[in-house]
Design a protein around this ligand. Structure first.
Ligand code: SF4
Ligand code: FES
Length: 304
């Protein structure tokens, strides 16, 4: 047997508690050293917090690009046994010779046949409770609001997939989604409110909170950040006397931090409506705000 073979020889079993990125890497390192690994995770899947992130600090690397190779390697590794929905109840013994008692919760899905198609998620009777349309009190809207919403619904309801154009039209009128309007749309289209909220909260262009007439999108993507977008954000916030994600009391401006808006060559960039302000300096912030406070709120494209 060579030294390499000896190193690959199994020398025991290890328990890794927690299937976040650290636990995943530890399990892979141990398994590569020839040790049988039990990777215990209390959640339904490994991945931890990182699986919920889009990008990671400080390099803004795609979180899934970091995780995916490890997920595949763990899934394929013959010496790693993943125990999800599992918690450690008791540990007895000493280092090198210990016994662990685990408690595993039921998954209610046969993992050997589930293909992960997601159809059960979309039709979950708990998450997406069908709205009790029959016998439920009707949603009351102010007459003018109802007339406007009825008109929007009538324009789109016979198109395939009417929800999105209806939400876009309502957003164009109100600049956000009043809750009673969404409830009304749910009843009229016979679509569960939870399903409507899923669409309404997915897109950046939509909001469930009232927003200002002008949304100031300060790009905090990497290029803009290193070129000073944080100082721009501070200057906008100081001048408008609001914090990011807040709206001025006169409902004229909402200040938002956004990711790359696709104008990195103009960094640092700020977008208001369809207008991009590129290579912006803090000295120009106050003039831009004044322009929108005047009657002509639509600035022209501007690059430093
Ligand atoms: S519907 Fe799809 S994801 Fe859900 S249990 Fe069946 S195969 Fe798995
Ligand atoms: S990082 Fe700001 S536009 Fe790309």
């Amino acid at each position: 047997m060579t030294n390499g073979d000896e190193r690959k020889q199994k020398v025991g079993a290890a328990l890794v508690v927690g299937g976040g990125i650290g636990g995943m890497q530890a399990a892979l390192d141990l398994a590569e050293a020839g040790i049988k690994v039990y990777l215990v995770e209390s959640k339904p899947a490994i991945g931890g917090v990182m699986s919920q992130l889009d990008k990671t600090f400080p390099t803004n690397d795609c979180a899934m690009c970091t995780m995916a190779p490890r997920l595949v390697a763990i899934g394929r590794h013959k010496d790693i046994e993943v125990l999800t929905l599992t918690e450690v109840v008791r540990i007895e013994g000493e280092p090198g010779n210990f016994t662990v008692t685990l408690k595993r919760r039921a998954r209610f899905v046969d993992e050997s046949v589930c293909t992960g198609c997601g159809a059960c998620v979309a039709n979950c009777p708990i998450r997406f409770v069908p709205q009790p349309l029959d016998g439920a009190p009707p949603v009351k809207l102010a007459p003018d609001v109802q007339a406007r919403v009825d008109q929007i619904i009538a324009e789109h309801r016979h198109r395939p997939g009417p929800l999105m154009p209806i939400l876009q039209s309502i957003n164009a009128v109100y600049n956000y989604f009043p809750e009673d309007v969404l409830r009304y749309v749910s009843r009229q289209l016979n679509i569960p409110l939870t399903q409507i909220l899923r669409v309404a909260t997915f897109y950046n262009a939509f909001s469930l909170k009232p927003r200002g007439k002008y949304i100031i999108n300060v790009c905090m993507g990497t290029t803009c950040y290193v070129r000073g977008s944080e100082r721009l954000m501070e200057r906008f916030a100081d001048t408008l006397k609001i914090k990011p994600e807040e709206t001025t009391p006169d409902m004229l401006f909402t200040l938002k931090a956004v990711r790359c808006i696709g104008c990195c060559g103009l960094a640092p960039a700020v977008m208001i409506g369809d207008t991009v302000y590129g290579k912006l300096t803090v000295k120009e912030v106050s003039a831009i705000i004044k322009k929108y406070q005047g009657t002509n709120g639509h600035g022209q494209a501007h690059a430093g």
